[in-house]
Design a protein around this ligand. Structure first.
Ligand SMILES: Nc1ncnc2c1ncn2[C@@H]1O[C@H](COP(=O)(O)OP(=O)(O)O)[C@@H](O)[C@H]1O
Ligand SMILES: [Mg+2]
Length: 244
């Protein structure tokens, strides 16, 4: 992998005294998609929180396009081009769709080395990607369906004009048809050149779109592989993910 978009190296992380991540290392290549798998409680969201700077690594290092961001605040990490679509969506329920997008807006620093390569995201380009949101511009987010709320959460992340997109279980709680729509969107985002970490519990969703796979088990990296290799290894999947 020539350039790494996001890299965790030997990361240990704690919630209070609880030692949740142990010596976690993985690397997301530029314009690639890394599928991050693991059972409930394996540490996937914690990795995303460390990548975004919401939880500090107590040991180890985090870098974005080769720059060390280990000690930076979430705001400064966002300015380096990282955006998180959090688990459970976390949109502002009492704001309208339009307001949710507006407050998430961040212009790329034109000309800076942190600027994304594609055209900047605006309200219009987000609505072009999610026509259903456009129809609901003035509706309160609380009144959207689960799928629409997920689209809004993704739209909010895009308004930050990221180069690295961290998506934490975007399919959670959605009907299969809506999951397929969300996955089609994720595929388009990858084709636009974004580097993406896709967190999921269900490997079958990830295997079709990801280039690389990391499986976490009880706070550590258990497997680093590819979809092609893992499809052949039911025993390994069962060991770390349970039965699918
Ligand atoms: N805010 C928190 N405070 C204390 N423990 C937490 C907190 N969030 C998660 N944990 C614990 O950390 C471990 C990893 O959680 P998490 O990263 O959310 O896993 P995953 O996203 O893979 O389901 C779990 O044992 C969980 O109970
Ligand atoms: Mg989680």
């Amino acid at each position: 992998m020539a350039t790494s978009a996001l890299r965790l190296e030997g990361v240990d992380a704690f919630y209070g005294d609880s030692h949740v991540l142990q010596n976690v290392s993985f690397e997301l290549g530029e314009a690639r998609m890394l599928g991050l798998l693991g059972r409930n409680g394996a540490g996937k969201s914690t990795c995303m929180n460390v990548g975004m700077g919401l939880l500090a690594a107590r040991r180890g290092a985090v870098s974005v396009f080769g720059e060390d961001v280990t000690k930076l605040s979430p705001e400064l990490i966002a300015a380096r081009g990282v955006a998180l679509v959090p688990q459970g969506r976390r949109i502002f329920r009492s704001l309208t769709v339009r307001e949710n997008l507006l407050v998430a807006g961040r212009k790329p620093d034109a000309g800076s080395k942190h600027a994304p390569k594609h055209a900047p995201w605006t309200m219009d380009t987000v609505f072009a990607m999610f026509p259903r949101l456009k129809e609901r511009t003035s509706q309160m987010a609380a009144h959207l369906s689960g799928g629409e709320q997920q689209m809004l959460a993704i739209g909010r992340a895009l308004m930050g004009n990221p180069r690295v997109l961290l998506m934490d279980e975007p399919s959670e709680g959605l009907a299969p048809q809506i999951v397929a729509e969300v996955m089609a969107t994720i595929r388009k985002l990858k084709e636009s050149g974004l580097s993406i970490v896709l967190v999921e519990q269900n490997p079958n969703l990830v295997f079709d779109v990801a280039d690389d796979i990391v499986i976490l088990n009880t706070g550590g990296v258990a497997v680093v592989s590819t979809p092609a290799a893992l499809r052949q290894d039911d025993a390994l999947l069962r060991q770390h993910l349970g039965v699918f």
